[in-house]
Design a binder for this molecule. Sequence first.
Ligand code: CU
Length: 704
Amino acid sequence: MTTLTNPTRRSFLQYSSLGLLTLSTFPGWLAAMEGMGNMPPMPKMAPNKASPDFKPDVEIELTCKPGSVSILPGQATRVQQYSGRLIKGPENALTTLPDSYLGPLMRFQQGQKVRITLRNELAEPTITHWHGLNVPALMDGHPVYAISQGEAFVYEFEIRNRAGMILYHPHTHGVTGEQVYHGLAGAMLINDAEEQSLKLPSGEYEIPIVIQDRLFDEKNQLVYAQSMHDRMMGFHGDRILVNGRPDFSLDVASRAYRLRVLNGSNARIYKLAWDDGSPVTVIGVDGGLLEQPVVKPYVMLAPGERLDVWADFSGRAVGSQLVMRSRPFTGVLPKMAERMMRGEMGGMMGGMDHQGEGGKKQEGGQAMGGMGMGGMMGMMGGGMGGHQGESGKKPEGGQGMGMMGGMGGMHGMMGNKIPVGSDYPIFTVRVTRQGSDSPSLPTHLSKITRYKLEDTANPGKPVPIGISEGPMSMLINGRPYAYNDIQPNERIPFDTVQLMEIFHAHGGEGGHGGGAKGTPEAAAGGHAEGGKPAEGQTGAMQQGMMGGGMGMMGGMHGQGSEAKKQEGGHAMGGMGMMGGMGGQTTEGKPKGEGQAMGGMAGGGMGMMGGMGGMGMMMSMAHPIHLHEQPFQIVSRTIGTEEAEDYATVHEGFIDSGWKDTVLVMPGERVKIIKPFKDYKGLFMVHCHNLEHEDMGMMREFLVE
Ligand SMILES: [Cu+2]
């Protein structure tokens, strides 16, 4: 086994080389940033080779390589893409999408034996995962099987899935988000006898709709996550692409269509609705057809999720048009991030600026004023810098503020992005011709046998999937992703059906209260309280999680205080808000200089508290994806604090079908039942906000 370089670190250093930050002068901050997504390196296994005994019905060669596609007017965009070649099988098994960076559309039948040879022509490792496909662990695209440039990995599997839509994309250690973002993604449609008997719209009347968001620079090149904020919130772009095209429109006949919708975005969550108020008719979700069609005013679609939409345009006049939009909602991002994205922080900035100027050092205020936009970090910097100045450490305070000003500027860039939860178009449908033979919507689609609690091996003791997010850590069950680091509750007995519960391991309400009071004690108290939903054996685990997340910051804080004064000043200036939290939560009391910083940072938290508080700052929605067999959603419960936000999204959840990804809102607990009956081995569970996945919000289940 050899060890790959740590791609997280490499990527981060690339971002810093953009010149937005001069991190070399801020060692404490640099150390802290490098701690982000602190996953151990991944071992490398030998790639799988073709088996002479496997007789494929369909054989495909799929190559990852650099490419160039014309997306916007002017210069072409450099991308990474899958290109496919059909070696054996029916012609429709592989369709290249015109003018798109997306990989070819693959079509398979249930029962077919498929061989896909993945070739890597990129100058970096990669491996492909078939999201939603039920295949043996070796064929699942686990990051341990990443192949280097020039290597090939041979996948051989039988299609066991029922009819449905599969998303394929890289699952490369630490760089999944980056590779998907640069174009490596595609769709697969699986058909079966049940679906065929329904005679749903097919051929030119069945349209894949892959929704993604991207950010382009002035030379039409893709810009990926360059700030800590982007990584914490997930990357969001300023432009919606459908099937890799901007301003996508679909020319249709006035008849029924089947839209196979997939959210292929890294982090963006959509609330899909027709602009004329027509309901959205859904016939299938992640794991295939529903029992009967579901009619909704809108449908939520998180990264990795799929929707099978029945779109009947019959009766619409030729020349008319209809727009699929994302409609307003709140609560999926921390309150402060939502406001920043909507550009609502400007006013508060002003107030905060004064705080900064209240300190001894004027530069801080000037730096921030110069930025002129409401970055949260910039605002913090003002406040912190001011305090620094007052406490008499002349030069450090000033420099700290300067840096924070820079951060503010960086965050100000978010003003260009499409705010999550705002109202914006996704694509336009233009009725350009009369349809003649429109099929009608079947009243019954499929048979789904619902699991009951009695069917599970553990009705009273759900397998915990505790998600937690902090400024420096994205965790599941208190641990960042590490290969084969199997904990007792991650061992699943083979051939069982398991009750599982996904929950937030620290909620919003505690932090909310704490932040509002604006004192260090309150902030710390808020945290402890926020960690409350512990039950039975998960209690200790959640405690550990809090300790882990905060501990990292505590360490950083310590470094700042013990290093030379000059450096200490920088670290404090830069990371004061984090340092404060570290100071509270690390065992024992803060001492000496540390105490001063803790208190100061606590003040910082308090400032933010007025705008939503610490818990709210960190609490956000996560689309949780489990590999191997799909699951059923049993129940959702939401805390009272979050009910108002929840009301803007919950009608858009469709929980009646087979799922492999579920959006878990802040304060929400979701119970699922999942069979582990087909394959033994290591299967992943992770957040499908790809930035979160890359920061370590991923674990493995060992089915044995
Ligand atoms: Cu997440």
